[in-house]
Design a protein around this ligand. Structure first.
Ligand code: UD1
Length: 427
C-alpha cells in the first residue's frame, strides 16, 4: 500500500476525523535528518555499512535511488539499510530525484571526499524559501575545491590542499555536514568555526567516528577534523526523530491525550521544555516519554525559531497549529526560512485566527476549529494540518500528502494506533 501511495502520492488524500483523544503507545521512527547525511557518508568507505532503525520514507528512497545511480549496492534487511559502496561508477548524480530533494547536495561533500570530484543537478526540497547553497560553495572554495555552478548543475573538483581554518558565515546544517563529509578523508587537519550544533550533526560525527574518522567538537561552534587515509565498515543505530516525536506529542497536546512515545532512550530536553510550556505533562523513562495533557492548552506569548538549541524551525508550523486553539495570543517569529507560513491560509480555512506580518505570525486562540479541505504545501505544514485535523470538529481532508510521506513513516497508521480517526483516500 505505502509504495503505491508514494507512486501516486499527489493523488492520495489523508482524511482525519477530529474529536477523539490519543491514547496508547507508539514507536518513534528513525531520524530523517540524521539518516540523510549518514546515507551520503556511507560512500566514504568501500566496506558495507549497516544503518539500523532507518526510516522508510520518501526522502530515504530518493537517496537510495541516487546511490544506485552512481553504482552503489543498497538493500534493506528488515528495518536496517545496508549500503555497500565498493565501487563508484560515476561521480556525478544525474538521477532526477537529486533535483527534488535538498539533501542531494550532501553527495557533493561525500563524493569529493571519496573521488576528488563531484557533480549533482541543482537540489530541490520543500518550498519554504530560497534555500541557496552559497555557504556550501564558499566553504568548499576555501578548502581548495574549484566549484562551477550553472542553472542546471553543480560541479566540484578538489584542486589544492586549501585553508586549515574555515568559518561558515551562518551555522548552516547542510554546509556543516558537507564540510565534514569532505574533510574526513585525506591528510590535512582543519578547524571549522561557526558550525551548526544540531543533534543531527553530532550524530553524523558519531557515525563517522564509528568508521574510524578523527573529529571532535561537535555540538559546539567549532569542529576539528584530522583526515584519515580510509574509513571502515560499521553497524550504526539511527536515533529517534525529534521532529516526529514532537509531531505525535503535538497530537497528544491537541487531543488531551495520554500516550507513551518510545524514543529508544532519548529524552529530547529542548523539545520537551516547549511541550511543558503549553500545558503538557511529561515523564521520562529509560525507553521513552509518557506525555499527557489535562489542563488548558496554554498559548506561548512569543517564540522565535533559530539554529539549535533555539526553537526548531521544523516544529514551527506544528506549534502554530496548536496555538490556534491556545487560551490566548501567541506570536511566532520565523528567523530561519523566509517562506515558512504557507500553512496559515490552510489553518484559516479551518477557522483559525492568524495574521502574518513579515516574519511573524500572530495567533489568537479560538474555541473550535472545523474540518475543511486543505492542502499540504511542504513536509511540516502537512504534519501541522494533521495535528489541526485531530482537534477540529468533523473531517479534514489533506491534499498533496506526498509531502508528508517525504518525512513520516506510516503517518495514518500511527494516528490509527493512537485511536484517532485517520485514513487514506485515493481518487
Ligand atoms: C536542515 C534540515 C531542515 C531544517 C534546517 C534548519 C536536513 C535534511 N534538513 O536544512 O529540516 O529545517 O536544517 O534547521 O537536515 N542558507 C543559505 N545559504 C546556504 C545554506 C543555507 O543562505 O548555502 C540559508 C537557508 O536558506 C536557510 C538557512 O540558511 O534560510 C538555514 O539553512 P540550513 O541550516 O542550511 O538548512 P538545511 O541544511 O537546508
Amino acid at each position: 500500500m505505502l509504495e503505491q501511495i508514494y507512486r501516486w502520492g499527489s493523488l492520495v488524500f489523508i482524511e482525519i476525523e477530529g474529536g477523539k483523544s490519543a491514547s496508547g503507545d507508539l514507536e518513534i521512527q528513525g531520524s530523517k535528518n540524521a539518516a540523510l547525511p549518514i546515507i551520503a557518508a556511507a560512500i566514504l568507505t568501500k566496506e558495507p555499512v549497516v544503518l539500523a532503525h532507518c526510516p522508510k520514507i520518501q526522502d530515504v528512497y530518493a537517496m537510495i535511488a541516487m546511490l544506485r545511480s552512481i553504482g552503489v549496492n543498497v538493500w534493506w534487511d528488515e528495518d536496517a539499510l545496508v549500503i555497500h559502496a565498493e565501487h563508484i561508477r560515476c561521480c556525478k548524480v544525474t538521477e532526477p530525484m537529486a533535483g527534488e530533494i535538498r539533501a542531494s547536495v550532501l553527495f557533493l561533500g561525500a563524493l569529493l571526499g571519496r573521488c576528488g570530484q563531484a557533480g549533482i543537478c541543482m537540489p530541490g526540497g520543500c518550498s519554504i524559501g530560497a534555500r541557496p547553497i552559497d555557504f556550501h560553495m564558499s566553504a568548499f572554495s576555501e578548502m581548495g575545491v574549484s566549484v562551477s555552478v550553472t542553472e542546471e548543475e553543480i560541479w566540484c573538483e578538489a584542486t589544492t590542499s586549501g585553508a586549515q581554518r574555515v568559518r561558515l558565515p551562518y551555522p548552516s546544517v547542510g554546509a556543516t555536514e558537507n564540510v565534514i563529509l569532505y574533510a574526513v578523508l585525506g591528510s590535512g587537519r582543519i578547524i571549522v568555526d561557526n558550525v551548526a550544533k544540531e543533534p543531527e550533526i553530532q550524530e553524523l560525527c558519531r557515525f563517522l567516528r564509528s568508521m574510524g574518522a578523527r573529529i571532535r567538537g561537535e555540538g559546539t561552534g567549532r569542529i576539528e577534523i584530522i583526515g584519515v587515509r580510509e574509513l571502515h565498515s560499521t553497524v550504526y543505530q539511527l536515533p529517534a526523530d525529534r521532529i516526529v516525536f514532537l509531531t505525535y506529542a503535538a497530537v497528544v497536546a491537541a487531543t488531551c491525550g495520554n500516550v507513551f512515545l518510545q524514543t529508544y532512550g532519548q529524552c529530547f530536553p529542548a523539545e520537551c521544555m516547549y511541550l511543558e510550556k503549553i500545558g503538557c505533562r511529561l515523564r521520562t523513562s529509560s525507553e521513552g516519554i509518557w506525555i499527557w495533557r489535562k489542563d488548558e492548552l496554554r498559548s506561548i506569548p512569543y517564540v522565535r525559531t533559530g539554529p539549535y538549541p533555539r526553537f526548531p524551525t521544523d516544529a514551527q508550523s506544528l506549534f502554530l497549529a496548536l496555538m490556534t486553539r491556545g487560551n490566548g495570543k501567541s506570536t511566532i517569529e520565523e528567523s530561519v526560512f523566509e517562506n515558512r507560513f504557507l500553512v496559515v491560509s490552510q489553518l484559516q480555512k479551518m477557522g483559525a485566527e492568524v495574521e502574518v506580518e513579515g516574519q511573524c505570525a500572530y495567533v489568537q486562540g479560538v474555541e473550535r476549529l472545523r474540518g475543511a479541505s486543505v492542502v499540504a504545501t511542504d513536509l511540516r505544514s502537512g504534519a501541522a494540518l494533521m495535528v489541526a485535523g485531530t482537534m477540529a470538529e468533523g473531517t479534514t481532508v489533506i491534499d498533496k500528502c506526498h509531502f508528508i510521506l517525504r518525512g513520516y513513516e506510516w503517518p495514518v497508521e500511527c494516528l490509527q494506533r493512537l485511536g484517532l480517526g485517520a485514513r487514506y483516500r485515493c481518487e
